[in-house]
Design a protein around this ligand. Sequence first.
Ligand SMILES: Cc1ncc(C[n+]2csc(CCOP(=O)(O)OP(=O)(O)O)c2C)c(N)n1
Ligand code: SF4
Ligand SMILES: [Mg+2]
Length: 348
Amino acid sequence: MDVQTANGPRSQVNLIGLSRADYRGNPTTLCQGCGHNSISNQIISAAYEVNLEPESVVKFSGIGCSSKSPTYFLNRSFGFNGLHGRMPSLATGALFGDHTLKGLAVSGDGDTASIGMGQFKHAIRRNLRLVYIVENNGVYGLTKGQFSATAEMGLRLKNQGTNPYMPIDIALEALVGNATFVARSFAGDPKQVKELIKAALSHGGISVLDIISPCVTFNNQDSAMHSYTWGKEHEVALHELSFVPPAEEIMIEYGEGEAKEVTMHDGSTVILKKLGKDYDPTNRSEALRVLEEANAQQVLLTGLIYINTEQPSLREIYNITETPLNRLSQERIRPSRESMEMVNGLMF
Ligand SMILES: Cc1ncc(C[n+]2csc(CCOP(=O)(O)OP(=O)(O)O)c2C)c(N)n1
Ligand code: SF4
Ligand SMILES: [Mg+2]
């Protein structure tokens, strides 16, 4: 839609009357070419295209170059930059307090798979409604490129030597931990990143997006498994993914057996067009198998790896009131004298 704006020329707006600029953040201070910048741009595009109300979003992050990214998108949204590795518990508390907000988290491989691993695992099993993006570059970019827990064994870096340890696979950890939406993507494949973010925003529980996001300053040599070159040469997409919002008719036509449709929590549809083999992302054991196989064959397997729309979310588990807890009056929150006496009586 084109409209005349107060600032002069006509500009494109989405269904809620916002332009792409309404979803932007401050100018980036990250290195030019950093994968994280590309992901921020796709978050902006995805939010614009799904008509997301910026004020309904709360951004979370920990510490790292990746965790600085929320400053570079959705300036009109709420945001909280937490301690290193502690973002998941911050997000759990905030979304428990106000379940009407959509949580959008950005973390790094250091922030999630090193210091924050315990927090990551427990946020997953609670199935809170949170889009959890890990911008995975195999190093601690912010502190000058030490190996992170996702760096491949044998990776050689100029000032670090050779990594002697086996890597942690974030998508596999999410799946083993019972995440209800697990995807892997690559910052060098922006269209796929965007469609996955749109799908994740429609999911009713936790969605983990492990996005390989090259650090051009410390870990982008052609042979490194988190580099642009390696990713481009080794990416194998499971399917071609398209997201269709609830109000829109599905216009894409596919022959029988060529595509699989997944209906999301809010009535939107994710269409997965087959590329080569059949793949069913609702089959958890199949998801585990393809990830193991991809690791053995050293390919960058991307796409929607697993989805489960049946599992209750944190809000459903606790049967939280329609009115968010942070907006309930004192009278409704404070337990009555009788119930306090009953509880105290049970304890002593
Ligand atoms: C408790 C604590 N320990 C260590 C640090 C130092 N530190 C800051 S960022 C970081 C790692 C960031 O790596 P990652 O999450 O992969 O983000 P990237 O910069 O690579 O995007 C570390 C170890 C810290 N800030 N706080
Ligand atoms: S140091 Fe690496 S991760 Fe950090 S901004 Fe630069 S390229 Fe990105
Ligand atoms: Mg990193």
